[in-house]
Design a protein. Structure first.
Length: 319
């Protein structure tokens, strides 16, 4: 028994001597606790890759041109004044009676009977115009459309405060008998008839009076016809002001666009401000095109008003 134990120990010693370290190592690793191994921390930098900056689209400014703003035609201020009409002047006392209301009534009757023209409306400014003419002819002893001092129908209309596009004047001197015969005498004279039947006239003023004219006590009669400026379409004055203001703003935007584009062109796409410049540029383009669109609509509206006004003050047949 002792002999057997010795043999076992001897065998173990031989195994150790033979270098059976792998077995020992295996036993050690599995049976003997090992000291922790310190793994050093290596700081790793975040990898940066150079990428092309995604730039917003650069919009190209349109070379938009606004329509031309139409010019307003000045009222033609046409004066129609046929040769004054004279009737025989009687030195004997006359029973003639003329009245402003009667002359207006028979004038409108003549218009109705010749083409169904609308009646002329009595205008107080034209009444004043006619009265000034009547008084001036008696005072200065003349019988013409132009006074010795150079005043004609236009000056009288302006002095009376009548804003007009077209005025006309019929004059009569003498003893005609009554309102109907006076208007008949004017209707039998081509120039005076044309005034009475003028389709553009809308208003009338009349003055009649009896007084001394070159030694005779006789009648003078004045018809003042008018087409008022108010008969023509009105223009929105604020609209023209707004168009001019918008044009200035559009010009300023164009300057800002060009300056911003120049800045973008000299800035590298990788510059952190590049995208900001592009966004600002595109915003300016949007403002610019919106402003042009708005002003375009305003100009078309204004031009329509101007064309309507111009057609009123200068109709096609007279232009």
């Amino acid at each position: 028994m002792l002999t057997k134990l010795v043999e076992i120990v001897f065998s173990i010693l031989l195994a150790i001597g033979a270098g059976a370290t792998s077995l020992y190592t295996s036993l050690e690793q599995n049976l003997i606790p090992q000291a922790p191994v310190e793994i050093p921390f290596v700081a790793r930098g975040v990898a940066t890759t150079t990428k092309k900056v995604a730039s917003p689209k650069v919009v190209t400014a349109k070379a938009s041109s606004l329509p031309k703003v139409a010019s307003q035609t000045e009222p033609s201020l046409v004066v129609i004044a046929p040769t004054p009409l004279s009737a025989p002047v009687s030195s004997a006392p006359s029973s003639d009676t003329l009245s402003t209301n009667g002359v207006i009534a028979y004038t409108n009757l003549a218009r109705a009977q010749n083409g169904g023209l609308p009646a002329l409306t009595e205008n107080l400014f034209l009444d004043q115009d006619a009265k000034m003419k009547l008084d001036d002819m008696f005072a200065k002893q003349y019988f013409e459309h132009i006074s010795p001092t150079g005043d004609g129908p236009a000056e009288l209309a302006n002095r009376a405060g009548y804003a007009y596009v077209l005025v006309g004047e019929n004059l009569a001197l003498g003893d005609f008998g009554n309102d109907a015969k006076l208007v008949d005498a004017w209707m039998n004279s081509p120039g005076h008839r044309a005034n009475i039947l003028n389709t553009r006239f809308q208003e009338i003023g009349v003055a009649v009076g009896k007084g001394m004219y070159k030694g005779n006590n006789t009648w003078l009669a004045v018809q003042s016809f008018g087409m008022p400026l108010s008969a023509c379409p009105t223009l929105e004055k604020d609209l023209k002001v707004q168009i001019d203001t918008n044009n200035t703003e559009i010009a300023n935007l164009r300057t800002a666009i060009d300056a911003k584009k120049a800045l973008i062109d000299k800035t590298s796409p990788v510059n952190p401000f590049y995208n900001t410049y592009v966004v600002e540029y595109n915003s300016l383009i949007k403002q610019y095109e919106d402003s042009i669109s708005i002003n375009h609509a305003l100009i078309l509206k204004y031009n329509g008003e101007v064309q309507a006004f111009n057609a009123c003050v200068v109709p096609p047949e007279t232009s």
